[in-house]
Design a protein around this ligand. Structure first.
Ligand code: MRU
Length: 356
């Protein structure tokens, strides 16, 4: 197995144990204080794990969904194939409703359903084997894609660069190196040094809880800042580039990512700092013409009012608006880095070329 700087230091986010026939995820809501695995057996447990961010990050949600569909397929009893396909499709619809913005969830579920259809006439054992292989393929593909994204992304950076990242787009949110953090981890592995500012990302503290955890464990020089501090570190001249992940990229390059990303991009433009979006092509939704068509998940106001605090930090009953994502206008994005290469504006052309 290839050596990585973080191997053995960051636990696997998703793990299927074939011997025990069990799907495990690392419960990311407990990080960084506790590393605890959670077994997912029922559709309700899977829905809840995705909905409550125990497993999160667009590519990781897709990988998890692949294994979930396999586990659910195994649970369907009876030999009638039409009944099997209908039940599996119902499970897919149910899981897909857990989070609307990250397109990888829908993408992975569709891959699994297509595989089930292709093997609908095979004996049950073969059909299940094909589904297992597809889930593993989705996972392995994500590892390869993250490796390629990291290489392409690294070609945009210089040794000694100051970097800013928002939310968490590392191994926990993906596979292996990650997307937004991929070039940083790969470069560090090769002896390069970066100084990274990790945006906290209120209200979920993913920069604080997850990105800082991953980078610190991997030996990267990381400094935690609140979202509101991005402009001062840019103004101080400490940031040479911004690197972020993505949850859905529309055909014109508009990109949905964790709330606050578009603000970082606006600041980066103001200070003349390149703003890079990194993600696999499974996050590019060519059926979605622009950002206005990306569904934006709205979450419980309790995440702002009371989550993470010992006692509520806002008057009880206060109205909250809590969108989980925002859309960064394509005009603010210097380049979109995928496993197939680096796309530059105009994105309508460069993204379309990826799928030809
Ligand atoms: O709500 P999350 O934690 O699933 O959202 C995470 C992000 O917005 C990430 O930046 C994005 O999924 C890219 S992950 C490589």
């Amino acid at each position: 197995m290839e050596k990585t700087v973080f191997q053995g230091t960051i636990p696997a986010n998703i793990r299927y144990d074939r011997k025990a026939e069990a799907l495990y995820i690392l419960d990311q809501t407990l990080l960084p204080g506790e590393e605890r695995e959670l077994r997912l057996q029922t559709a309700e447990e899977m829905y809840d794990a995705i909905r409550t961010l125990k497993v999160r990050g667009a590519p990781a949600i897709g990988v998890c969904a692949g294994y979930c569909m396999y586990v659910l397929a195994k649970s369907i009893r009876g030999e009638d194939r039409q009944v099997f396909l209908k039940k599996l499709s119902d499970y897919g619809v149910y899981l897909n409703a857990s989070r609307p913005t990250a397109v990888n969830l829908n993408w992975a579920i569709r891959q699994m359903l297509r595989t089930a259809l292709e093997h609908a006439d095979s004996p049950r054992g073969q059909l299940l084997d094909a589904l297992y292989e597809k889930a593993v393929e989705i996972h392995q593909d994500d590892i390869s894609k993250c490796n390629a994204i990291s290489e392409f992304g690294l070609s945009l950076l210089k040794d000694g660069d100051g970097l800013l990242t928002h939310c968490n787009a590392g191994p926990l949110a993906t596979s292996r190196y990650g997307t937004g953090l991929g070039p940083i981890l790969l470069g560090t592995e090769r002896g390069m040094r970066f100084r990274v500012f990790s945006d906290e990302t209120r209200p979920l503290l993913q920069g604080a809880r997850l990105t800082s955890y991953e980078l610190q464990r991997s030996g990267v020089d990381v400094t935690l800042i609140c979202d509101s501090m991005a402009s001062i570190v840019m103004k101080n001249g400490w940031v040479n580039a911004c690197l972020v992940g993505c949850d859905r990229v529309a055909a014109n390059g508009d990109t949905a990512n964790k709330i606050g990303t578009s603000g970082v991009a606006i600041l980066a433009k103001h200070y003349g700092i390149p703003f890079y979006v990194l993600g696999p092509t499974s996050t590019v939704d060519m059926d979605c013409p622009d950002g206005a068509h990306i569904p934006i998940e709205e979450r419980d106001g309790e995440e702002i009012r009371s989550l993470w605090y010992e006692k509520p930090m806002a008057p009880s009953g206060i109205k909250c608006y809590n969108p989980a994502f925002d859309v960064t206008d394509h005009e603010l994005i210097t380049a979109i880095v995928t496993e197939k290469g680096i796309c530059r504006p105009p994105y309508t052309k460069s993204l379309a070329a990826l799928f030809r």
